[in-house]
Design a binder for this molecule. Sequence first.
Ligand code: PLP
Length: 402
Amino acid sequence: MSKNSSRTAGRHFLQIPGPTPLPDRILRAMDTPIIDHRGPEFINLAKRVLDGIRTIFKTTNPVIIYTATGTGAWEAALVNTLSAGDRVLMVETGQFATLWKNMAVKLGLKPEFIPTDWRIGADPAVIEAKLKEDKGHEIKAVCVLHNETATGSLSPIAEIRQAIDRAGHPALFLVDTISSLASTDYRHDEWGVDVTVGGAQKGLMLPPGMSFNALSDKAIAASRKSNLPKSFWSWEDMLNMNKIGLFPYTPATNMLHGLAAAIDMLHEEGLDNVFARHARFAEATRRAVRAWGLEILCRDPKYYSPTVTAVVLPDGHDADQLRDLALEHFDISYGMSFGKLAGRYFRIGHLGDTNDLTILGALAGTEMALTLAGVPIKKGGVQAAMDYIVSAHAGSQRAAAE
Ligand code: PLP
């Protein structure tokens, strides 16, 4: 349809699991003249966001803000806490966990990579068993993705903390929340995480290019002993300068204006409401997938992701062709598939500044695209999603009346 047209009407449906669509309010907050990044106005802004971001990570400790994508914050978490040759325990939940593991190897660390079939999250019992085997406490860190964006699985961080404690192991606990922060419950302090890695472009509804390390006292102590080379990523200068509302280099001022707006918006909605909204979209999407008669990649409901659902196509159907066709005809983008499962599935992102009708529109586009692509599906996925969304609203209406 759009082949013969140089213009596509209406808004694009960006259903990738981040970057997510930017709210107009955040765009407007960033659309402002540059200020002196050493002047009083900047110091007020910096103090506001450095304080505010802690409420999103649920920590009273410092949160470092980097002008870098999430990959930079991954590197920062490793190089600040660890030393050459350190053993680290990581879990192969999917492509992003694999990339973090590859980075650890390049940095001179020795990761032990717990394998999975990419269809579940990290199992606390397996981590506990591995740590119990390590009688000499050679493993210096356990590194886990809260949400594996590539496959749509959420790992139970509080349970993994308990598993580390049950093993009586002193390893640091490093968690990537790039595609879960500000979309589902996360508690840096309460869950005893030492470094939480975050990114701007998903639940925080900002453009790509900003990322975070939330710290613990134990992580800061480890950073004083760590011998991996670091300069830009070093926490030390950042912590010192941040104390007076400054950065050691020219910060991304306009992104910080956007971040201030994002923090305000999340609190105005209420974090618990934000989490409930994401849970509703995820369940509605899964019901649609099941009604179509298709398979959800994550095979154990315990690990279902609140932000992205990966949908497996029947044998003989190419998920990349489906994505191309959906883009061409319905102006909708999905997340691609990776690694050993490339071409077998596509991902529906349901996170960020989105609402019930956007999700239903996306699911309608998906049902039509699947039909157009000749994928054998049953009708009624959108209806199943609508029924669920109505029942969820009826439940909250009843609760408000009580
Ligand atoms: N970790 C997770 C869970 C991600 O989803 C991503 C990117 O989507 C990354 C790390 C890498 O972040 P970036 O692409 O911002 O460097």
